[in-house]
Design a protein around this ligand. Structure first.
Ligand code: CAA
Length: 392
C-alpha cells in the first residue's frame, strides 16, 4: 500500500510553472471572452452549452490530462485544476460539464481500462469528439454508494443491465456512460462492476431533466436500463472492482469540484469588488467602507487558502501518491468557502444581489451544489477522518 504523505510535509506555498501560467492565460481568455457573456442565458434557459464543449475540445482542453498517445496533451493536474477554475469563474455549468467528462469518465478509463478500451473510449473523449458521464448515484443511494441496486447479470459475453441511475451530470447529452452496477447484492460493495455503456444501447432511456437550483445547463437526469446488453469487453477492471473504480475516480473528481468551487468564489469576488468600486453609499464608494473591505478581504483570504489546498491535492496526485485525504480536504474547504464567499457577494450587492440583473445570486445558487455532489461535506469529513486515523 502506498503511504499517504503526512499533511505536515506538504508545501503550502506555490509558484506556477511557465506552462501552468500559459494554461491559465489561455483558458482565462477563452472563458472570459466566450463563456462569461453567455452564463446568465445558459442559466435562465437551462440550456446545455454544447458550443462551449466543442470549443473546449477544439482548444485541446478535453485532452489536457491525457497522454498524447490517446489524443491528449499530457499536462499535469495543476494545469487541469487551473482550467476548471477559470471555466467556473466564467460559467459554473460549463465547468461541471467539463469536469464530469474529464475527471469522472475519461480519467477512470485511463486508470482502469485495457489498451482496447482506451482506444475505443479514452481517445475520442480526450479529443472531445465524444462526451462522457459518470453514473453512480441511484434514487435510493447517494452517499451510501455501496447500496447501488442497478443490477448487472452476466450472460455469456455480455451483462444485462436493469435499474435506474440518478442525478447524472451530462445525462441526456453524453455518448459514453461509466455505469456502476451490482452483480450480487449479498456481496455489497464487493459485488459492484464498472461498465462503459454507449448511448443508443437497447433498453437505455432517460428520465426527465431535473429542474435544479444552480448549474442549470448541465443536463442532469436519470438513466433507465431495461434489459440493456453491455459487452463484458466494456467492463473496467473485473467483477467486484466497481466500488474501487468509483472511489478512485471520485478522488480525482473531488479535485475538479474543489477547483470549480474556487472558480465560482473567484467570480463572485471579481463581481463584488467591481460593484464596490462603482456603487456609492453614505457619500463614498462602497470600497472605502470598512464593512465592505472586511468582507472582500475575508473572501480573498479564503479563496487563496482553498486554491492552495487544491493545488496541494493536485501535486500529490501528480507525484503518484495516494491523495484521497488531500482531495477531500480541498473539496470540503473549497465548497464551504464558496458558499460563504457567494453569500457575502450577495450581501455586498444588497438588493441588487437578490435579483437576476446581476450575477451575484447565480454564484450563490451555483456554489451550493459543490457541497453536495461528488460526496457531500459530511462524506468528505468521513473520508478525511477515516483515512487520517488509519493505523492510529
Ligand atoms: N480508492 C480506492 N479504493 C478505495 C477508496 C479510494 N479512495 N476508498 C475506499 N476504497 C476501498 C477500500 O479500500 C475498501 O476496500 P476492501 O473492500 O478491499 O477493503 C472498499 O473500498 C470499501 O471502503 P470503505 O469501507 O471505506 O467504504 P464505505 O462503504 O465505508 O465508503 C463512503 C463510505 C466514503 C461514504 C463512500 O460510500 C463514498 O464516498 N460515498 C459518497 C459517494 C459519492 O461521492 N457520490 C457522488 C456521486 S457522483 C457525482 O456526484 C457526480 C456528478 O454528477 C458530478
Amino acid at each position: 500500500m502506498i503511504a499517504e504523505t503526512s499533511l505536515k510535509e506538504l508545501p503550502l506555498s506555490f509558484v506556477l510553472t511557465s506552462e501552468q501560467q500559459d494554461i491559465q492565460a489561455m483558458v482565462r481568455e477563452i472563458a472570459q471572452k466566450e463563456f462569461a457573456p453567455k452564463a446568465a442565458e445558459i442559466d435562465r434557459n437551462h440550456r446545455f452549452p454544447r458550443e462551449n464543449f466543442e470549443l473546449m475540445a477544439a482548444s485541446d482542453l478535453c485532452g489536457l490530462l491525457f497522454p498524447e498517445s490517446y489524443g491528449g496533451v499530457g499536462l499535469d493536474h495543476v494545469c487541469y485544476s487551473i482550467a476548471v477554475e477559470e471555466i467556473a469563474r466564467a460559467c459554473a455549468t460549463t465547468s461541471v460539464v467539463y469536469s464530469a467528462h474529464c475527471s469522472l469518465t475519461a480519467a477512470p478509463v485511463l486508470q482502469w481500462g485495457t489498451e482496447e478500451q482506451k482506444e475505443k473510449f479514452l481517445t475520442p473523449m480526450a479529443r472531445g469528439s465524444k462526451l462522457g458521464a459518470f453514473a453512480l448515484s441511484e434514487p435510493g443511494s447517494g452517499s451510501d454508494a455501496a447500496a447501488a441496486r442497478c443490477m448487472a447479470h452476466q450472460d455469456g459475453d455480455q451483462f444485462i443491465l436493469n435499474g435506474t441511475k440518478n442525478w447524472i451530470t451530462n445525462g441526456a447529452e453524453a455518448d459514453f456512460y461509466l455505469v456502476i452496477a451490482q452483480t450480487d447484492t449479498s456481496l455489497k460493495h464487493k459485488g459492484l462492476v464498472a461498465l462503459m455503456v454507449e448511448k443508443g444501447a437497447p433498453g437505455f432511456s432517460f428520465g426527465k431533466l431535473e429542474d435544479k437550483l444552480g448549474i442549470k445547463g448541465s443536463s442532469t437526469c436519470s438513466l433507465i436500463f431495461e434489459d440493456t446488453p453491455v459487452p463484458v469487453a466494456n467492463m473496467l477492471g473485473k467483477v467486484g472492482d466497481g466500488f474501487k473504480v468509483s472511489m478512485s475516480t471520485l478522488d480525482g473528481g473531488r479535485i475538479g469540484i474543489a477547483s470549480q468551487a474556487v472558480g465560482i468564489a473567484q467570480g463572485a469576488w471579481d463581481s463584488a469588488a467591481k460593484y464596490a468600486c462603482e456603487r456609492v453609499a453614505f457619500g463614498k464608494k462602497l470600497n472605502q467602507l470598512q464593512a465592505i473591505q472586511f468582507m472582500l478581504a475575508e473572501m480573498a483570504t479564503e479563496i487563496e487558502t482553498a486554491r492552495l489546498l487544491t493545488y496541494n491535492a493536485c501535486q500529490a496526485q501528480d507525484r503518484g501518491e495516494k491523495f484521497t485525504s488531500q482531495a477531500a480536504i480541498a473539496k470540503l474547504y473549497a465548497s464551504e468557502m464558496a458558499m460563504r464567499a457567494t453569500v457575502k457577494c450577495v450581501q455586498i450587492f444588497g438588493g441588487y444581489g437578490y435579483v437576476t440583473d446581476y450575477p451575484a445570486e447565480r454564484y450563490m445558487r451555483d456554489a451550493k451544489i459543490t457541497e453536495i455532489y461528488e460526496g457531500t461535506s459530511e462524506v468528505q469529513r468521513i473520508v478525511i477522518a477515516s483515512n487520517m486515523l488509519k493505523g492510529q
